[in-house]
Design a protein around this ligand. Structure first.
Ligand code: ADP
Ligand code: MG
Length: 377
């Protein structure tokens, strides 16, 4: 989806392309239209996912028809935990401000530097980016008033709470007009933040962008050591023993994928393969059946596995390990999505043992190794 589909004016699109922002990031795709619509937004996405532009762009766009406020009244307040971030966010506002027909003034204020120049600069400011402590000082000396705020942003809200800003933030919020738009951005959603957002946000759009590392936390990883010849029977044992209602099985080649399906079907397991040698029609059908829950077992090669996105897929089995650790992570990421726990099971032959070590190192996570010979199956 291009930026132009999100409701931003052509002048924004021009600057975006000058900045080499070709496509919106996932958080931007979700947040921009909602913020343009004046909705409250809670955005959770990891560092580096483009959270700043996700609010800067629509906020500026909404300032297009803004009225001139009384002096020392501001339209938008962005609270951030650090001086560096204040500067950074202000810079992003400055980059995109020329997209507006009317000039918009952005100012960053923070502690650790002299307060007087900030007091002077607080004339006709539309967007104020501030750290909480310094803002309270400026409020105390009547250098700024918050009663005209239309939009409040808490950026890096998790850090703000970690650094103990809660009291100050609460005090600032109590000075804002009741009717306003609230936007809260964070890399994580911890318990303190849960509390704040419940108090602060009204019927918010909650956007949670899962990163691969996040979802790995939701996956139990087990590897069974099984000799090559026993993999077939062991696979069937696992499917029955765990009463798997649905399972996605990965094979490293078209040939193995077909062989697994044949063996399963011979043993009365409902299975289909999806790989590059199948016709498009056959692939679509297999995927459709699997997604709609009408097919119990789908056997895929890595290439085909990429496009598969199924909610709540509880089990993924690696019949053999993929050569690249990246593919391993990608494969197991098919389970444990959203807020559900998934189980990723690998069948590892003794000569693949070294490879599972490599994968664990690359992924920075341990996989529980179990010798299938010691099991009573
Ligand atoms: P976050 O606040 O989520 O940590 P930032 O907003 O600081 O992330 O963005 C991280 C980097 O990505 C910045 O250098 C920013 O310029 C860049 N960036 C943001 N959105 C895009 C995009 N759509 N296309 C290309 N680069 C982007
Ligand atoms: Mg940020």
């Amino acid at each position: 989806m291009p930026f132009s589909a999100l409701g931003l004016s052509p002048d924004f699109i021009k600057i975006l392309s000058n900045q080499n922002f070709t496509l919106p990031t996932p958080i931007q795709q979700a947040a921009i239209p909602a913020i343009l619509n004046k909705k409250d937004v809670l955005g959770i996405a990891k560092t580096g996912s483009g959270k700043t532009a996700s609010y800067v762009l629509p906020i500026l766009m909404n300032l297009q028809h803004t009225q001139v406020l009384k002096n020392r009244h501001v339209n938008v307040l962005v609270l951030v935990p650090t001086r560096e971030l204040a500067e950074q966010v202000k810079d992003v506002f400055k980059i995109f401000s020329p997209a507006l027909p009317v000039p918009v003034k952005t100012l960053a204020v923070y502690g650790g530097v002299s307060i007087n120049p900030q007091m002077t600069a607080l004339q006709n400011v539309n967007v104020l980016v501030a750290t909480p402590g310094r803002l309270l000082e400026l409020l105390d000396s009547n250098a700024v008033h918050l009663c005209s705020i239309e939009t409040l942003v808490l950026d890096e809200a998790d850090k703000m709470l970690n650094l103990g800003f809660k009291g100050e933030v609460d005090k600032i919020i109590s000075l804002l007009p009741e009717k306003r738009q609230n936007i809260l951005l964070s890399a994580t959603l911890n318990e303190d933040l849960q509390l704040i957002h419940q108090v602060l946000l009204h019927d918010p759009l909650v956007i949670k962008i899962e990163s691969r590392e996040d979802s790995l936390e939701q996956i139990n990883q087990v590897a069974y050591i099984v000799s090559e010849v026993k993999k077939g029977p062991f696979l069937r044992y696992l499917i029955s023993h765990h009463e798997m209602k649905q399972v996605l099985i990965f094979a490293s080649s078209v040939h193995t994928a077909d062989a697994i399906v044949n063996k399963l079907r011979k043993n009365n397991f409902d299975a289909k393969a999806i790989h590059s040698k199948k016709s498009q029609g056959a692939r679509n059908e297999a995927l459709y059946l699997f997604k709609s829950g009408k097919l119990r077992i789908l056997v895929a090669t890595d290439l085909m596995g990429r496009g598969i996105d199924i909610d709540q897929l509880p089990f993924v089995i690696n019949y053999e390990l993929p050569r690249s650790p990246k593919d391993y992570i990608h494969r197991i990421g098919r389970t444990g999505r959203a807020d559900s726990i998934g189980e990723a099971i690998s069948l590892v032959s003794p000569d693949e043992l070294h490879h599972i070590e490599v994968i664990q190192k690359k992924m920075g996570k341990e996989v529980k190794l179990i010798d299938s010979e010691n099991m009573n199956n």
